[in-house]
Design a protein around this ligand. Sequence first.
Ligand SMILES: NC(=O)C1=CN([C@@H]2O[C@H](COP(=O)(O)OP(=O)(O)OC[C@H]3O[C@@H](n4cnc5c(N)ncnc54)[C@H](OP(=O)(O)O)[C@@H]3O)[C@@H](O)[C@H]2O)C=CC1
Ligand SMILES: Nc1nc(=O)c2c([nH]1)NC[C@@H]1CN(c3ccc(C(=O)N[C@@H](CCC(=O)O)C(=O)O)cc3)C=[N+]21
Length: 305
Amino acid sequence: MADAKIIDGKAFAAGLRARVADGVAALKASHGVTPGLAVVLVGEDPASQVYVKSKERALVELGMNSFDHHEAADMAEADLLALIDRLNADPAVHGILVQLPLPKHIDTQKILARIAPEKDADGFHVVNAGLLATGQPGAIVPCTPLGSLLLIRDTLGHDLKGKRALVLGRSNIVGKPMAHLLLQADCTVTLAHSRTVDLAEECRRADILVAAVGRPEMVRGDWIKPGATVIDVGINRVPAADPAAGPGKTRLVGDVAFAEAVKVAGAITPVPGGVGPMTIACLMLNTLAAACRAAGAPIPAEAAL
Ligand SMILES: NC(=O)C1=CN([C@@H]2O[C@H](COP(=O)(O)OP(=O)(O)OC[C@H]3O[C@@H](n4cnc5c(N)ncnc54)[C@H](OP(=O)(O)O)[C@@H]3O)[C@@H](O)[C@H]2O)C=CC1
Ligand SMILES: Nc1nc(=O)c2c([nH]1)NC[C@@H]1CN(c3ccc(C(=O)N[C@@H](CCC(=O)O)C(=O)O)cc3)C=[N+]21
């Protein structure tokens, strides 16, 4: 069988960012509003700093306002809550993103709950999670699952009804919302996790396999149904395979053993260049959508599921 089609998330994300930039320009022209996202980073985690920088760069490129709040790792929880209150009240801020993970002394759920649901650009607030889970309109959908769904639809078409989907990982930020989106799209959904009996067998049934476990290359080629669409959400930094790269050098791999899977799947996302860039593009889309909603302008179609 021919190798799988490689789903080019980087290219799709570039197209989506261009559509968002058009939407930003249109909203400025029609309502005089510039969408703004506040990005809150607590502490100096190097991976988080990289993500936050790429978010801030994308905002500026798309003509949006970026409000950066880089805070000390020992910031008091009360001070973070007070910062969120100020951002909630600021009319120039349409979206708020608090970079996760937060330092251990801060209660993540308490922080996420404080963000005004209509400014929750990540879609992590229980109100948005609840709207999505109950299939109601108006939910802000988490960026990674939304980006994954856009790639699945670009690959298989809009109509996914009756397809068997397996989501591996049940986190509140990826696995659960992904499962709800696929259910909403009339897939028959299985949500697997660390207590699932015979993961490989569950995976082999799936027409659509979304892997979000955070375990480097855990999903092997022989776990995949021939012709399946494989979405690899995992971002794992591992030591470089090539000793010539030198000591301390690393590379990124997904949760799927790509070299094996590409021989069996019908289509597959690479890491890097798959879901990661879609996450950032969807964050831009959610911020534009929040600004549109606040201004009483129509919501971009891709954000209004
Ligand atoms: N591309 C992107 O933009 C993004 C990528 N990521 C990446 O996606 C991955 C998942 O992230 P996230 O959801 O936050 O991770 P979490 O650690 O919150 O959740 C991992 C899930 O995988 C399950 N799991 C862990 N080990 C196994 C195993 N051996 N067998 C079966 N299930 C297992 C866990 O099960 P249980 O619940 O039973 O413990 C849990 O449900 C990570 O690699 C992360 O870096 C995350 C966000 C954005
Ligand atoms: N509140 C919050 N929202 C998030 O959305 C959020 C978060 N916290 N914490 C961390 C995770 C992780 N995440 C990624 C975003 C982009 C890439 C990405 O663009 N990756 C590139 C590679 C980047 C590289 O080379 O390191 C790619 O896959 O091609 C990866 C991971 C968002 N997250």
